[in-house]
Design a protein around this ligand. Structure first.
Ligand SMILES: [Zn+2]
Length: 448
């Protein structure tokens, strides 16, 4: 009896294992067959459109960014890395070389996305249910129908049209909040099921490859590969990051102690920008380490110079250090010069994690010191433009203004600035995604 029972068990176990390996290629522990979106997820995994995480989980409750959704849609619509040739997209916050650039371009070209206004795309913002539904409605060629429906909200027509074409089948997500992976997979699956999608015409994509001279092409490829200073595994790591969860901070003490990239000077008072930036950076390091953060410095000692051959190389080396450390925030510290007074904080885009962080830093420095409030500004400075993490550049004060210079040169002033920035990190780090969405909404209403 016992032997028989064991044999039955063994056969059952064997059959189950064969069954699950061959039939259910996508068995995620958190995506059981009883899950309402199981079929949709399994199908998309098989098609290579969506994947689980390296640890074998699918994380159905997880939210995804607008860029990740573009990637998903592009793959569903037949995007191919080898044949798709893209132009730069017209969004100021999609930096050249950004991992999702081609996907966004692909969706933009097909009229599935058109940004958030003001030439911005918000690549790292979470995709909301209505945004996902809108893209799906456009992808099945039914946007005209959606636009004919008048509603209170911009997306009412899209939602109604989506329901009419069954895109909401087994989807629970509500509008106005970020959509979760299992719902998104279901929307995409439903979209495929309509059979209305305009698949990529194979002839068209063949036309896109124009081979003039194979040697020239090969050279171009090598050049393009050399141009990206960010290793692919680092791009992948950043893709998975939650930027509201801060662990590691890169502190960049602006300029070098000597060589080409030295900073501004106040000869009368004997002050050098590169010394002041390091002194503030060093105090900021202490504050942040006391709070339990992991800190990486571009200049460890005041006499350090980094990649001293040219200014660009020095700046690139600072950015590289941040990426290598997989830093969650990049804080570059500088002093202003050239007539004026007060503090200003720069970010690449206001409606971004960096913009939100910049606002907190600016507010804190102005509150903590006697420095005049010049506000948060945008610019395409090297270190804030070429970084994958939220990056800001602080022009703490004017080295050539007497009032500012006194603050910048004093231990007390330096400490006040450092403490203000450290508190800003903690404040930013404690934000929930809903706070971030709210801060972006406020940013938009201030602009109007
Ligand atoms: Zn500077």
């Amino acid at each position: 009896m016992k032997k028989k029972a064991i044999l039955v068990l063994l056969i059952t176990a064997y059959l189950l294992s064969v069954f699950s390996i061959n039939v259910f290629a996508s068995d995620f522990p958190d995506m059981p067959r009883t899950h309402k979106n199981y079929v949709a997820v399994s199908d998309l995994v098989k098609k290579g459109v969506i994947a689980g995480y390296d640890d074998g989980y699918f994380r159905p409750e997880r939210e995804i960014t607008r860029t990740e959704f573009c990637a998903l849609m592009a793959r569903t619509l037949g995007y191919s890395k080898d044949t798709y040739v893209f132009e730069n997209v017209p969004f100021t916050d999609v930096k050249e070389g950004y991992w999702g650039e081609a996907y966004i371009s692909f969706c933009y070209e097909r009229g599935l996305v058109n940004g958030m206004g003001n030439d911005e795309f918000w690549p790292a913002a979470k995709v909301t249910m209505e945004q996902a539904v809108k893209m799906a409605v456009c992808a099945i060629g039914k946007e005209d129908e959606a636009l004919r429906i008048n509603g209170e909200k911009w997306y009412d027509g899209y939602v109604e049209t989506a329901k009419a074409y069954n895109l909401y089948y087994k989807v629970d997500g509500e509008t106005g909040v970020p959509a979760i992976r299992s719902d998104i997979a279901q929307v995409v699956y439903n979209m495929i099921e309509t059979g209305l999608m305009e698949e990529e015409d194979e002839k068209d994509s063949e036309d896109e490859i124009i081979i003039d001279d194979s040697t020239e092409d090969a050279e171009d490829d090598t050049e393009a590969e050399e141009e990206d200073p960010i290793p692919p595994e680092i791009r992948v790591a950043y893709k998975e990051k939650n930027f509201l969860n801060v662990k590691t901070i890169l502190i960049d003490a602006g300029h070098n102690y000597s060589g080409r990239d030295t900073g501004a000077e106040n000869r009368e008072l004997g002050l050098k920008e590169e010394d002041i930036t390091w002194r503030i950076a060093d105090k900021l390091r202490d504050c942040l380490e006391d709070m339990g953060y992991n800190v990486v410095m571009t200049r460890d000692k005041i006499t350090d110079s980094i990649a001293n051959t040219s200014v660009v190389e020095s700046l690139q080396a600072r950015v590289d250090l941040g990426h290598q450390a997989l830093a969650d925030l990049f804080i570059s510290i500088h002093c202003n010069a050239g007539g004026g007074s007060g503090t200003e904080v720069y970010c690449f885009s206001r409606k971004s994690y960096a913009g939100t962080f910049a606002n907190i830093v600016q507010k804190n420095i102005v509150t903590n010191t006697e420095l005049y409030d010049r506000g948060v500004k945008t610019a395409n400075f090297f270190v804030i433009q070429n970084t994958l993490m939220p990056a800001i550049l602080i022009e703490t004060g004017f080295i050539d203004n007497l009032k500012d210079a006194k603050i910048l040169a004093s231990e007390e002033g330096q400490y006040s600035i450092a403490q203000a920035v450290a508190n800003a990190v903690a404040e930013y780090d404690s934000m929930e995604n809903s706070d971030f969405v709210q801060s972006i909404a406020e940013e938009i209403s201030t602009e109007e």
